[in-house]
Design a binder for this molecule. Structure first.
Ligand SMILES: Cc1ncc(COP(=O)(O)O)c(C=O)c1O
Length: 374
């Protein structure tokens, strides 16, 4: 049987990995500055993570949400401590799209409304409501297009207020820093204005932290440079360091009710154990501080590169925008320099999304090559 051919693939076959390195079947060693799309947070094959998962699988890997699983509460406590949002409540699922789907659904249940405000270039996943809230008509099927979504320019508060005033909006959803869209970010005053407007007009504010969360931007959540309290925060990617785990944090004024949300796989023993190990390593190795420091270092160094228009993002969610399309350069980086980077919908932008364990010497390797080539 053939695979349904939806992914344009690099001709590289990883067989093992360690920290920021991926080893190919071709015998080559690749520097992973892409983190498998911002998923690898504490580094590939972290000793503590592997040990925790091995121990867990030898006890119990899965049981459904019909019985007690104390690991879920342990994980809620760990996330509460790291995020300083310990009064929020946690619902667990298995991917970023599922997290946003539940966030939007919950906002609609809570408000009794159904229109969504999303932003130009935003990306929230590929399923029902969240693909409808994604600003890319190529991935929205006619089935998805029935959702009522209004797209507005990021950072234009007046336009948002005007829409919210119509009274039919259940949720405003946005990324702290746009990932797939090319690293534009919501300004601090925009977040503050959104929070106030959402409270005023009875709308839920959803922070999509699927990519920017779990310390990648140098704060636990990307929005936490500002003192706001979104109604719902979605997370996934770095949460499991490769194990499929996602979730939403829900502000205590949104009430739970049996049957309101649910999933078969979400919050299973292995998923919780993986995410608990991530939380432990983030704290023990102070990886949030490292993300911030390495981000500042990279921005400072990259500013000297020829043909660079600007460097965007925070922490280890970075984008280098050049004055030319970077597709060929990124291919050369893989095949001639053995360095993985990320692309985005901005064809001139290279994304840097390494494990939060990355060191100066790894970043220097990319910078040296770019200095040689440009
Ligand atoms: C900001 C954001 N939200 C949601 C998603 C969807 O996550 P998943 O691919 O796990 O469904 C992504 C994936 O790239 C993302 O970057």
């Amino acid at each position: 049987m053939n695979l349904f051919d939806v992914y344009p693939l690099y001709d590289v076959t990883p067989t093992r990995a360690k920290d920021v390195w991926v080893y190919g079947q071709d015998g080559k060693k690749y520097l992973d500055l892409y983190g498998g799309h911002a998923v690898i947070s504490i580094g590939h094959q972290h000793r503590r993570y592997n040990r925790a998962l091995k121990q867990q699988i030898n006890r119990i890997g899965f049981y459904s949400n019909a019985v007690q699983n104390p690991l879920q509460k342990q994980l809620a406590d760990a996330i509460g401590e790291l995020s300083c949002l310990d009064d929020y409540e946690l619902f667990l699922c298995s991917s970023g799209a599922e997290a946003n789907e539940n966030a939007l659904k919950l906002a609609s249940f809570h408000t009794g409304k159904k229109r969504v405000i999303a932003f130009h270039n935003g990306f929230h996943g590929r399923t029902s409501a969240c693909v409808a809230a994604t600003d890319n008509p190529n991935i929205v099927a006619p089935l998805n297009a029935q959702q009522e979504v209004t797209f507005l320019p990021l950072n234009d508060l007046e336009k948002v207020r005007k829409e919210l005033a119509k009274g039919d909006v259940c949720a405003v959803i946005l990324e702290a820093i746009q990932g797939v869209g090319g690293l534009d970010k919501a300004e601090d005053s925009f977040w503050e204005g959104l929070q106030a407007a959402c409270e005023e007009f009875g709308t839920c504010l959803i922070a999509d932290e699927v990519q920017s969360g779990f310390s990648r931007t140098g704060t636990f959540f990307g929005f936490q440079k500002v003192n706001i309290r979104p109604h719902i925060i979605s997370m996934a990617k770095g949460m499991g360091n490769g194990f499929p785990v996602g979730g939403i944090l829900i502000r205590p004024d949104i009430e739970a009710k049996y049957g309101l949300l649910g999933t078969t796989f979400g919050g299973n023993h292995l998923a919780c154990r993986a995410s608990l190990a991530v939380c432990e390593v983030l704290k023990r190795e102070k990886l949030q501080d490292n993300a911030r420091q390495m981000g500042e270092y990279f921005k400072g160094q990259a500013a000297q590169l020829p043909q660079l228009k600007q460097i965007k993002g925070d922490g280890l969610m970075l984008g280098m925008e050049f004055d030319f399309p970077v597709g060929d350069l990124r291919k050369r980086l893989v095949y001639e320099a053995q360095i993985f980077t990320g692309g985005s919908s901005n064809k001139n932008l290279i994304r840097i999304l390494p494990a939060l364990t990355v060191k100066q010497k790894h970043l220097d390797r990319l910078l040296q090559i770019l200095h040689q080539w440009l």
